[in-house]
Design a binder for this molecule. Sequence first.
Ligand code: AHR
Length: 307
Amino acid sequence: AGCGGDSGSGSGNDDGKITMGFAQVGAESGWRTANTKSIQESAKAAGIELKFSDAQQKQENQIKAIRSYIAQKVDVIAFSPVIESGWDQVLKEAKDAEIPVILTDRAVDSKDTSLYETFIGSDFVLEGKKAGEWLVEDSKAAKGPVNVIQLEGTTGAAPANDRKSGFADAIKADPKIKVVASQDGDFTRAKGKEVMEALLKAHPEANVLYAHNDDMGLGAIEAIEAAGKKPGVDIKIVTVDAVKDGMTALSEGKINFIVECSPLLGPQLMDLAKQVVDGKKVEKRILTEETTFTQEQAKAALPDRKY
Ligand code: AHR
């Protein structure tokens, strides 16, 4: 295996097998677990040797992992950047070593787009917009103010930045809707619960929760119930992801609407890896297809939900 036939690159062995180094964000959510599984299973199915690392949501761990993949002369590096900024240096190192890089799930803000081959993942701004549009529609009948608590994903992460801005844009359509508090819940259930506990005390007027992922929403549901309120009724809830636990809560009426974000990026990623290792040009941006779910739609979709 090798990149562009250059003897200075490639896995260093001539077995013809592609080696991929994948630097994962962590295991912060049900979405991430499904994403990791998809990548590991599809690498196996595609006959790609996978070197996998979990950065525990720390950028420095991801940078270390990428440097180690460069040192091991893998054929291709793929990663899901925990935050958007601060990647130029390590991406240059990969480029100098002639190892192609594929971004999956989350973007980097590097101006020099030649530092990576392609980026496969969701349109997070659109996801935020869909959440906001649902709330605008749902609030049409509301007489009083619609006071939203927002649980944000990891500070600086592309899905946190974009889901926030897409939502903010959409809710401008109705001046009744106000975000009364917005705080980082790090995409985890535990942090979602902890932050929601505090925000419910500080904002008893809140009647909507917008959580940037299902896990934070599920944590928040525990806090809402502990505060003696009914999730989905006293506090309406809209989240992003549509993992099984989120879909279950949606079908039970505890969540009101979920915007889907697909974690099943593995098969397409392996296809792309083969192409870039072959020196083929691929599309610079590949968008994931996704939908939205109401409570009724969740009930219908749940039996076949794979993750
Ligand atoms: O980058 C995708 C996001 O990361 C998912 O929506 C969230 O659940 C995960 O932690």
